[in-house]
Design a binder for this molecule. Sequence first.
Ligand code: ADP
Length: 408
Amino acid sequence: MEKQTIQIGDFTLGLEEVAETLDAIRAGRIDAVVVEGSQGQEVFTFRDASHPFRLLVEAMSEGAVLTTIDGDICYQNPCFSALTGIEVAVAQGHPLSDLVTNETQRDLALLLERARTGPAARGNVDLLGAGGRSVPVQLSVNRAHLADVEVFCVVVTDLTESRRQEDLYRVARQEIEARDRLFTVAAHELRNPLSVLDLQTQLLTRLLASSSAEEPAEPLERASRIVARIGEQGKRLAVLVGKLLDVGMIGAGRLQLAREECDLADIVRAVLERARESLERTGSVLTAELRPARGAWDRVRLEQVVDNLVSNAAKYGQGRPIHVFVDGNAKVARFGVEDSGGGIPAEARERIFRPYERMAGAAGLPGLGIGLYVTAEIVKAHGGSIRVEGRPQGGSSFVVELPAHDAS
Ligand code: ADP
């Protein structure tokens, strides 16, 4: 028994030695081998003219594969092994297609067919990479002769990094385009109150010039109406500028919360009171069910959240009823706004929380497409969540959930 174990051990060691030697020959680290034959020792040298090229291919940071004309692997360099995570000895003799994803099998077959019948061919496939991930690569396939046998020399370029760069570039471009759109919309939005301001100031100047000390009463009354309108437009401008500043602050990661103990129902009540007049103007009837829900939140920022959602319900609610509710328990508070307007299609329900996103129907209505983005960021900073759902009878239901206390 002991003798058998020793023999098997010797055999395994011998095999490992052979494998190591083969690897070293393949890698070009061995110049020659000496073989003990019947005629004495014979020297076999590997240092022929192709030796430096072998070293180059082995050291390449691109994959290199030699296949038969049918696509079976005869040789692969270390870089290719690293891409696929498959050892040289395992891959040899297997079809290259075994290492390519199902989705790109056809691309590989077409590429090899082109290389078989024409000059060098180039195309993209996805390799089955180490750990199950797919690796996008470009294959450059050349036909060549090894002695009398036709083979394919395939250079494999990993496209992962360039794809990542392309994705980053695409996202950056989209953001730049969105920002350009924002500038245009913001310019329009700012210009409206500015022209009203301009007009009202001209009126006021004319009124003051024509007023005389003997007859001040009527002009004074008109003047105070004009001043009120100027004040309104000034506030509108301040809100717009505030929104733009918020986007800048969130983008720079500088949104900070000033938490204090408060009741969400009180916050909502205060905002609804302020919005009552403008809500009435839209014709929407407002109902509210506000149950106490206490927590440590940034009161001013939550007012902004409530104001944004209620103003949107009024803006997009087509004059139909709006319902607002607050409820909660010791752990989490819930605030919701339900309108009966045109609603938001399911595929747009994530997108509208991104900056500058507006649906086509919003084009005629004032807005910058940043209210929901800022809202979602404020909710996120509180550790909460916001979602929008469609309502069976039409319209949208926005629901905000806030943990009562700062979990971090
Ligand atoms: P804005 O209202 O300034 O366009 P928001 O970020 O507040 O920007 O909203 C983004 C978009 O989401 C709006 O342009 C509109 O298309 C859509 N939207 C928001 N709230 C509603 C709602 N209650 N009903 C229908 N569409 C809405």
